[in-house]
Design a protein around this ligand. Structure first.
Ligand SMILES: Nc1ncnc2c1ncn2[C@@H]1O[C@H](COP(=O)(O)OP(=O)(O)O)[C@@H](O)[C@H]1O
Ligand SMILES: [Mg+2]
Length: 352
């Protein structure tokens, strides 16, 4: 059995990971390859794509598998709490430090430390982390004695660290130390071929958990699931399947058992407010257009359409961290078309 964040599901697939498509096969191949070494790994990808599962798989497949696997969610703690959580402290180091405490780096000695949401670490702590990564040594908070640790580092981020560097939030030297072997976890919308296997896997697991018969997914349901955008990725899919299993006593997973927004029927309120926003935006563009584009050779309609198109591509590129394949898939346009538009609109620096 593997224990995930909130549920215990039976072991299946690659170390509990389902999906045999091209994108995930490449992830498994890299994982197996890197696990043998002691190289630092940087896991990137949106939330819910399986970064934590891969971090565990790397540890389990490594020569350190009998040692500890320690996960620290760097995004969940304030700077000072995270500092003492990672490095430990000595009695009296600060007001509430009533006794000595070893930190998570020491706990990970002989094993692996997984620094999740590394992008949330403050600049000050980034300096300390850099030293641990480079020298494998540090001092507990309030102590002068140096502690040495032997542990393997895995870090994860759900935002683009290069943008964070540009914005002055993340140290470039730490980034290069972390990014020895990068593994990108594809979003669910980039690997829709894996959706049927994932659906069946979760249907079976939640049926076992709920002591119910396993629902059979209808083809129409699978087709519908493949067209949704999945901002919450596998975690979101898992939640909807659990909900469907809990609320049904039938034998089939039908389209109606999915939340309305997945079926393309967003709640009326959202629909309304979107429409209002769009019409006021168009109103403004039209009145601006009258003055600004009166004399342009292209005319009002093409000018406004390309303004909107440029902005749309720009926003989607940002959301997809500059990945063109993903941007094209999400926009529903051909990759070559996107490439040409990026050049036409001069958006090369936002794309990679
Ligand atoms: N390929 C997969 N197969 C089965 N379950 C998955 C897969 N990827 C993610 N999950 C499940 O989705 C949830 C989110 O995964 P997690 O590793 O925590 O993602 P992340 O760390 O990227 O946010 C977990 O419950 C995990 O078990
Ligand atoms: Mg996570």
């Amino acid at each position: 059995m593997v224990t995930t964040n909130d549920k215990t599901l039976s072991t299946d697939g690659f170390h509990g990971m389902i999906g045999q498509g091209k994108a995930m096969s490449e992830v498994y191949r890299l994982t197996e390859q890197v696990a043998k070494s002691s190289a630092t790994v940087l896991l990137t990808g949106e939330t819910g794509t399986g970064k934590e599962l891969i971090a565990r798989a790397i540890h389990d497949l490594s020569p350190r598998s009998s040692g500890p696997f320690i996960r620290v969610n760097c995004g969940a703690l304030s700077e000072s709490l995270l500092e003492s959580e990672l490095f430990g402290h000595v009695k009296g180091a600060f007001t509430s430090a009533n006794e000595n405490r070893t930190g998570r780096f020491e706990a990970a000695h002989g094993g692996t430390i997984f620094l999740d949401e590394i992008n949330s670490v403050s600049f000050h702590l980034q300096v300390k982390l850099l030293r641990v990564l480079q020298e494998h040594e540090f001092e507990r908070v309030g102590d002068t004695r140096t502690v040495r640790v032997d542990c393997r580092f895995i870090a994860a981020t759900n935002c683009d660290l290069l943008t964070e560097i540009e914005e002055g939030n993340f140290r470039e030297d730490l980034y290069y130390r972390l990014n020895v072997v990068p593994i990108y976890l594809p979003s669910l919308s980039e690997r829709t071929e894996d959706i049927p296997d994932l659906v069946n896997f979760f249907l079976k697991n939640y049926a076992e958990q709920e002591k119910k018969t396993t629902l059979q997914p209808l083809q129409a349901t699978l087709d519908m699931l493949k067209t949704y955008s999945w901002p919450g990725n596998v975690r979101e899919l898992q939640n909807y399947i659990e909900r469907a299993v809990v609320l049904t006593d039938g034998n089939e997973l039908k389209v109606e058992m999915l939340p309305p927004h997945v079926r393309g029927m967003a709640p009326v309120r959202i629909g309304k407010s979107r429409k209002t926003d769009l019409s006021s935006l168009c109103k403004e563009l039209v009145s601006r257009g009258f003055n600004e584009f009166q004399n342009s050779k292209n005319g009002l309609h093409p000018e406004i359409v390309s303004m909107v198109e440029k902005e749309l591509i720009l926003q989607m590129l940002k959301m997809c961290q500059g990945t063109q394949t993903k941007t094209a898939t999400r926009l529903g346009i051909n990759r070559n078309t996107l490439h040409k538009k990026i050049e036409d609109y001069g958006l090369q620096s936002e794309a990679r």
